[in-house]
Design a protein around this ligand. Sequence first.
Ligand SMILES: Cc1ncc(COP(=O)(O)O)c(C=O)c1O
Length: 382
Amino acid sequence: MGDRWQALRAEFPSAERWTYLAHAAVSPLPLRCQQGMQAYLDELVAHGGVHYPQVPLAAARRARQLGAQLMGCPLEGVFFVTSTSQGVGVAATGISCGPGDNVVLVDREFPSNLRPWLHLRKRGVELRFVPQRDSRVLADDLAAAVDHRTAAVSVSFVQFLSGFRLDLAPVAEICRRHDALFVLDAIQGLGVFPVQAQAMGVDLLAADAHKWLLGPEGVGLGYASPRAMERLEPVVQGWLSVRRPFDVFALDQPLMPDARRFQPGSPNQAGIHGMAGSLELLAEIGPEVMAQRLILLTDHLAEGLQQAGWSVLSPRVHDGEKSGIILCTHPAVDFATLSAWLEEHGVVSSVRGGALRLSPHGYTTIDELDRVVALLSHRTVF
Ligand SMILES: Cc1ncc(COP(=O)(O)O)c(C=O)c1O
């Protein structure tokens, strides 16, 4: 393992205790994140709001800049979400559509990208669910579902279960052709796989920090394109949605000219301070390098699992569809028992969709993966 990965690993005291293969669920926090949060808590304990709003604004600026870099968008497009669901909800509540219009979604996605849209049915909007084929979302299927009445296409960058990573360019092209908004739940890939939201034509992106971004829950990154800002009504507004928030009685004042119009009230400052540290750590490596590392690790894991008699269910024919998630199965396994047994042996895994989901991060080592494969070859537990 090179210096870069050792340095990243040193950020995770959890790695001394756990072989952590559940970053697709909830990531352990790196020290940099803890230090960021701790500094803010210390400030509040010592001074309360004396340095408000300078202290929060400085951390927010840093996190937004790093977020812009990671999402491939201008600073004006960045806002903070309180969860991926809430971020997707900005599009699902703010979009203008009615009877005869439709929204295109993908069947069997994580509910954070489906439930926010359900209320539109009450407005007479048709929700079109595109099926997954062999755990893949095909651009042709999306193209067949989209028409001139499609208000939005909302998909996941990486499927939470199979780990299939979507090629964003063809989806953006379909949306452009039909003038539909392109909404992306990016939580399972942002931070570790490159995203150029602006160049790729994404309109609204949301990703909470608690998985691949290595941050805490309850805070995350959002991006809104100029088209999204034009079309999405900020339905849930608050005092911070406007250009002059301290001009509190001016209800008729203009909205924030940038994507922060979608942040209604006091944000999760401790979370933002922590996330800024995590984003800094990721920026030191960069998503291109991180993607190569994750492909190397997951290739190694997939190969080892197959040699041990496991079936890898994640689509992995070419690098472009690979992610940090390996979904695997074995006919003789009770997965709940297995996952608990793995935990007894210091391995953190997830059971999803009746299979075992393993998700390393850049600081995971090949030795750790080999040990996990050796454990999974231990037939007596089945
Ligand atoms: C694809 C996907 N979207 C969203 C989430 C989480 O959503 P939220 O940030 O709203 O908790 C998860 C995992 O929990 C997920 O896998």
